[in-house]
Design a protein around this ligand. Structure first.
Ligand code: NAP
Length: 521
């Protein structure tokens, strides 16, 4: 009974290392791993031991006999990956353990942020005997995008927070909630108390849509909307007006699909999830009937991944509509497009997600043309788009032909963006801190900033899945340990642990009374 990797795969590779016959691919040492949309069990090699099921942090792996009807597509996706034979070793790769020089003191590291990149860095550091890790989180709740980014209906993916909690429970780790670097502690202060500081602060903002009208009421970013429905303290109090019939989502990555799905699915299916109660109430009262997902490339350039498309197709009550003209131009054989080709026949529902292609935003149209209660106001009434083609180099080129799509809510979902971190160097074009394998470097001289490292989206930009951060953080920790071994990280100034206070008279009397009672039985 072969096992099957399904939608919630976060790509952290735990299953790969657990599999005794190396039948889960690609493996983390394979260059394809970084770009893989999910991992795949080879049904002909799987020995049905179930080790991968125990290892997976998000219960993404199932025996094929336990797949739901909607998950059957994953049986084909897993098998198809292995249909092309690739030579592979019989055993999964083994990562050499970190070799840390004994400097007569424990390795002490401060990590800023508590999302997946931070926790994977902590996990790796805590493999060093005696290591001490302090994790600083500015919010009063930990684990970053695991809590405030993953869609509430992706309940299995959200289970990755259990993995984060297990790491946080390590006795060598101290989690400091509600502590902001720059406000409550300084970078210099952290460096005094630790050998090194790792910034794993993610990409807290989003790319801005640079068109006229983008600041009109009714235009929100995915960061704001996702933060709102996930109850992120920065966004929970936001008022999102769902009184229009049609919303537009600009961009068609996985975040755009999350947003489109949450806005169209039956809100009752979100009851009991971790959605913010106010957002659930607003969705119950929503009048949105259609969400148009607008992309500037053609269907072959869809930024969403295959597993997310399978999940979207299976959302009850939501019809997904793709223009025939887009499907007609592509030959069968591309799994994502073949699935899209099946969509109109395979789905049915009260609300619709329309996937629209080759349209670049030109301007947000305000007031006047709206059909709903916002008619005549300054609020959003639609989006003017220019039809596009994609040239031989892959660049999007405008055709000059424009059209206006009516909508009362526009969500920009065109990618996240990292913000500057204190006085560290900042690459404004990419929204990242310049670094070499995680070591923060001065972009002009390539000189490293002593003791300062980055991991996750602030290091490499907003790409990949939760598990992608594991390899990213391991690379950073390897660089840090190399510097520690080479003596490039000065010893921290450690305050001596305070002596436990001698018991006072009252405590001594209480202890004596306890002993007497115990003696009497
Ligand atoms: P993304 O995958 O990079 O998609 C960004 C989209 O915005 C693309 O369609 C891009 O189109 C478009 N875009 C960028 N600039 C634009 C502009 N000026 N005008 C119009 N369109 C523009 O980003 P994302 O959806 O925010 O996701 C971020 C990362 O998180 C991804 O790696 C994603 O897979 C991951 N994620 C995963 C999951 C999951 O596994 N369930 C869920 C959420 C997010 P072009 O291609 O034309 O630039």
């Amino acid at each position: 009974m072969p096992h099957v990797v399904t939608q919630s795969c976060v790509g952290d590779g735990s299953c790969v290392f657990a599999c005794p016959v190396n039948c889960i691919q690609p493996t983390p040492d394979d260059p394809a791993f970084e770009l893989a949309e999910m991992l795949h069990v080879d049904p002909t090699a799987c020995v049905d031991c179930g080790a991968c099921i125990s290892a997976c942090p998000v219960d993404a792996i199932k025996p094929h006999s336990q797949l739901t009807e909607a998950e059957r597509a994953f049986e084909v996706i897993n098998a198809q990956y292995h249909a092309t034979p690739r030579p592979r070793p019989k055993m999964a790769p083994v990562r050499p353990p970190l070799r840390v020089r004994d400097r007569g003191e424990p390795l002490r590291v401060a990590i800023v942020g508590s999302g997946p990149a931070a926790m994977y860095a902590a996990e790796e550091l805590l493999t060093v005997p005696g290591a001490r890790v302090d994790v600083y989180e500015r919010l009063d709740r930990p684990h970053g995008l695991v809590r405030s980014g993953v869609a509430p209906d992706h309940r299995r993916t959200r289970r990755v927070s259990r993995q984060m909690e297990r790491i946080a429970d390590h006795p060598g780790l101290t989690l400091h909630l509600g502590v902001e670097v720059g406000r409550d502690v300084t970078h210099e202060g952290l460096l005094e108390d630790h050998h090194a500081v790792i910034y794993a602060v993610g990409a807290a903002s989003d790319r801005k849509l640079e068109v006229a009208g983008a600041d009109l009421p009714g235009v929100v970013s995915a960061t704001q909307l996702v933060g709102w429905y996930n109850g992120h303290p920065d966004h929970a109090a936001r008022a999102i007006d769902l009184s229009c019939r049609r919303a537009i989502v600009i961009g068609n990555g996985n975040v755009a699909l999350d947003v489109a799905r949450v806005l169209t699915m039956d809100p009752e299916a979100l009851d009991g999830s971790e959605i913010a109660p106010e957002a659930l109430e607003a969705l119950r009262a929503s009048r949105i009937e259609e969400v148009v997902v607008v992309a500037r490339r053609g269907i072959e350039g869809s930024a969403f991944t295959l597993p997310e498309l399978v999940g979207l197709r299976a959302t009850p009550g939501v019809a997904v509509d793709v223009e025939d003209s887009e499907l007609a131009g592509v030959a069968p054989g591309n799994a994502k497009i073949d699935l899209l080709r099946e969509l109109p026949a395979a789905t049915d529902g009260d609300r619709t997600i329309a996937l629209r292609y080759r349209r670049a935003p030109v301007r947000v149209v305000g007031g006047g043309t709206a059909v709903g209660p916002e008619a005549g106001s300054d609020a959003v009434a639609g989006l003017e788009v220019e039809r596009t083609t994609v040239d031989a180099t892959g660049a999007v080129v405008g055709t000059g032909e424009t059209e206006i799509l009516d909508a009362g809510l526009i969500v920009t979902s065109i990618g996240y963006r990292g913000l500057p971190v204190g006085d560290l160097p900042y690459d404004a074009a990419r929204g990242v801190v310049p670094n070499a394998s995680g070591r923060v470097v001065d972009p002009a001289t390539a000189e490293p900033h002593p003791g300062t490292y980055v991991a996750g989206w602030i290091k490499r930009g907003p790409s990949g899945f939760i598990g992608t951060n594991k390899g990213c953080s391991q690379e950073t920790v390897a660089a840090l340990v190399e510097d520690y071994n080479a003596g490039r990280l000065p010893s921290p100034v450690i305050e001596p642990e305070p002596e436990p206070a001698a018991p006072g008279r009252r405590e001594r009397l209480r202890a004596l009374a306890g002993e007497l009672l115990a003696a009497r039985g």
